[in-house]
Design a binder for this molecule. Structure first.
Ligand SMILES: Nc1ncnc2c1ncn2[C@@H]1O[C@H](COP(=O)(O)OP(=O)(O)OP(=O)(O)O)[C@@H](O)[C@H]1O
Length: 193
């Protein structure tokens, strides 16, 4: 798995407010970075800029490799049972081993439960299962541990380590501690406008 993510001199404006400026980041295969900072500093906005969903006020983002973003939005049909909601995407995403994510994230017992009835932590696990099924090298994770119990947190930290061992990239935006392989931490407050 080969990947590269380079952000240069990024500035972010939301509404009339400049949130941060001069932010740069370079990640190659196997690297993990945590972006920290207080509520409202702009972590989610940065993740959306890195994902290409939000235009930066200044600066550029270059990506080599497919990206998967996990944030608080659950990209699964709320009215379908979880098994069918995940299956809808498995073909589109070219998933070769759908059972793996279900096993690691312990979703097997929830396959018949409509997505809208899942608990907060179960929804998060479903979102992470879809990310794993996509087999994309660049993971953009916005508060990925929110709602997960300690066992699921450890399981997901182990998955990030495996992903990086396989040449993937993980960029994690979170104000809470997360175990990453050879971690680098960037405090977004240093770039506050
Ligand atoms: N569409 C928008 N228009 C105007 N302001 C916005 C918009 N979206 C977000 N903001 C503002 O931008 C700021 C940064 O929001 P963002 O969600 O990026 O912060 P965050 O660091 O991820 O916060 P948290 O830790 O609470 O999730 C906030 O003050 C928010 O109110």
């Amino acid at each position: 798995m080969q990947a590269r993510l380079v952000a240069k001199d990024i500035a972010c404006r939301r509404g009339e407010r400049l949130l941060f400026r001069g932010f740069s980041l370079e990640c190659g295969s196997g690297q993990a970075v945590q972006v920290t900072g207080a509520n409202g500093i702009g972590k989610s906005s940065l993740m959306r800029i890195l994902a290409g969903l939000l235009r930066p006020f200044a600066g550029t983002v270059e990506r080599e490799g497919m990206m998967g973003l996990v944030d608080e939005r659950l990209a699964l049909d709320a009215n379908l049972p979880l098994g069918r909601a995940l299956a809808f995407w498995q073909d589109i995403d070219g998933c070769r081993d759908p059972g793996r994510a279900l096993e690691v994230l312990q979703l097997d017992a929830l396959m018949d439960v409509p997505v809208r009835y899942l608990s907060t932590g179960q929804k998060k696990r479903a979102a992470l299962a879809r990310l794993i099924n996509r087999n994309c090298p660049i993971w953009l994770l916005d508060e990925p541990l929110n709602g997960l119990d300690s066992q699921a947190q450890k399981a997901f930290e182990a998955l990030i380590a495996l992903h990086c061992q396989g040449g993937g990239i993980a960029v994690v935006a979170s104000h809470q501690p997360i175990a990453l392989p050879a971690p680098r931490t960037i405090d977004l407050a240093e770039y506050a406008a």
